[in-house]
Design a protein around this ligand. Structure first.
Ligand SMILES: *[C@@H]1O[C@H](CO)[C@@H](O)[C@H](O)[C@H]1NC(C)=O
Ligand SMILES: *[C@@H]1O[C@H](CO)[C@@H](O)[C@H](O)[C@H]1NC(C)=O
Ligand SMILES: *[C@@H]1O[C@H](CO)[C@@H](O)[C@H](O)[C@H]1NC(C)=O
Ligand SMILES: *[C@@H]1O[C@H](CO)[C@@H](O)[C@H](O)[C@H]1NC(C)=O
Ligand SMILES: CC(=O)N[C@H]1CO[C@H](CO)[C@@H](O)[C@@H]1O
Length: 323
């Protein structure tokens, strides 16, 4: 049983955490020597992660704004949880917590439908700012803990949405399940320290039945990792974000997804063999897919897609042509 093996692994991992430091120093040096931060300070704050560092909150019209904490992975008896509903799980990224403004708006939109269970993962105790390599290293642990919660849900009715490192948390948790979860949406899945990582240590198309990825910045993986990969405005720098403000472009992936849930216009993305062909209007007669929320319900078309957006809200453009 894969699940039990994973349980064992968590404890082995915790036990070995101190032994890993040596290897870790080597792994992170290249990243840190740029003067991003003092490596020793980062090593000092590293600690064996505890199950208690990962919290889950259920939101339904009955739980109110604070949500209901899910203790001991026990969810079924929480008032308002409806096992006939689809469940959306939202996972924040590096240096964030679940009270991220865009994620909270996403949660509100879903809760208002009254036909969804919404769960937010809070791993803020481990996503400490300034120590990206250490936080990236915790991702695996957070993913496994989240995997235990996913195991309490119906895989065919579970959609996990993760931003940045949260996308890898989603992938790792979903890979633990004996039946594949319905969908994972990776919002600009974090690139640094994941590019050469094995597929079972990050989000990948094998993680779920349907994996859609929105690429918006240089902080995200640039290569396609899902069944459908959407490159927005070239996928590196977003309009109305300066090229040095990577966080602005990174965050855009969340803003686009939020808008896609309720947009009447929608994000029509075209299949194309390269960004330059797309920009030169060579793909305007190709197949297209709606980026964001409606992707799955409208056929979950596989492939690599490109889209241009407006620089500010509303980002969806009703112009068909890429002019
Ligand atoms: C953070 O860690 C502390 C100390 O273990 C714990 O009491 C607290 O509940 C944690 N908070 C969150 C939000 O995980
Ligand atoms: C947590 O759940 C397990 C099994 O589901 C149970 O044995 C245990 O008593 C529970 N612990 C608490 C504190 O509720
Ligand atoms: C779950 O939702 C269904 C369909 O809306 C409803 O009939 C049922 O009463 C709900 N169950 C609970 C426990 O709220
Ligand atoms: C797209 O289709 C239109 C109408 O059939 C045609 O005029 C145009 O040349 C096509 N463009 C490309 C790039 O294939
Ligand atoms: C950097 C940049 O261009 N920022 C602009 C983004 O759009 C808003 C309006 O929506 C402007 O106020 C900003 O100056």
């Amino acid at each position: 049983m894969r699940f039990k093996a994973e349980l064992l692994l968590i404890f082995i991992k915790i036990t070995l955490a101190s032994d890993k430091v040596h290897n870790f120093v080597h792994l992170t040096w290249d990243y840190l020597k740029d003067g991003v931060t003092d490596m020793m300070d980062c090593i000092r704050i590293k600690h064996p992660p505890r199950v208690d560092d990962v919290k889950f909150y259920l939101f339904t019209p009955k739980t109110g704004d604070e949500g209901q904490e899910i203790n001991n992975f026990t969810i079924r008896n929480i008032e308002g949880f409806n096992k006939t509903f689809y469940t959306k799980i939202l996972i924040h990224g590096y240096a964030q917590n679940y009270k991220n403004e865009v994620l909270l708006k996403m949660k509100d939109v879903y809760v208002k439908t009254e036909i969804l269970n919404v769960i937010m993962v809070n791993w803020e105790n481990l996503s400490t700012p300034f120590c990206y390599p250490i936080v990236a290293d915790y991702t695996n642990f957070v993913g496994q803990i989240t995997g235990y919660l996913m195991a309490k849900l119906i895989p065919e009715k579970t959609h996990v949405i993760g931003f940045s490192l949260g996308a890898h948390v989603a992938g790792i948790g979903a890979q633990m399940q004996s039946a594949k979860v319905l969908r994972i949406t990776g919002l600009d899945p974090a690139g640094p320290m994941f590019i050469n990582t094995a597929e079972n240590q990050r989000l990948d198309k094998s993680s779920a039945k349907n994996v859609d990825i929105i690429h918006t910045s240089r902080a995200g993986v640039s290569s396609p990792v899902g069944h459908a990969d959407f490159y927005v405005n070239g996928g590196k720098v977003q309009p109305n974000c300066s090229s040095t403000d990577v966080a602005c472009s990174h965050r855009r992936s969340m803003e686009l997804y939020l808008e896609s849930i309720t947009s009447n216009v929608g994000f029509k993305a075209f299949e194309c063999d390269s960004v330059s062909n797309f920009e030169n209007n060579k793909c305007i007669n190709n197949t297209f897919a709606p980026m964001g929320e409606p992707w799955l319900s409208r056929g979950a078309l596989r492939g690599i897609f490109y889209i241009k957006t407006n620089p500010t809200e509303p980002f969806a453009s009703d112009k068909d042509e890429n002019d």
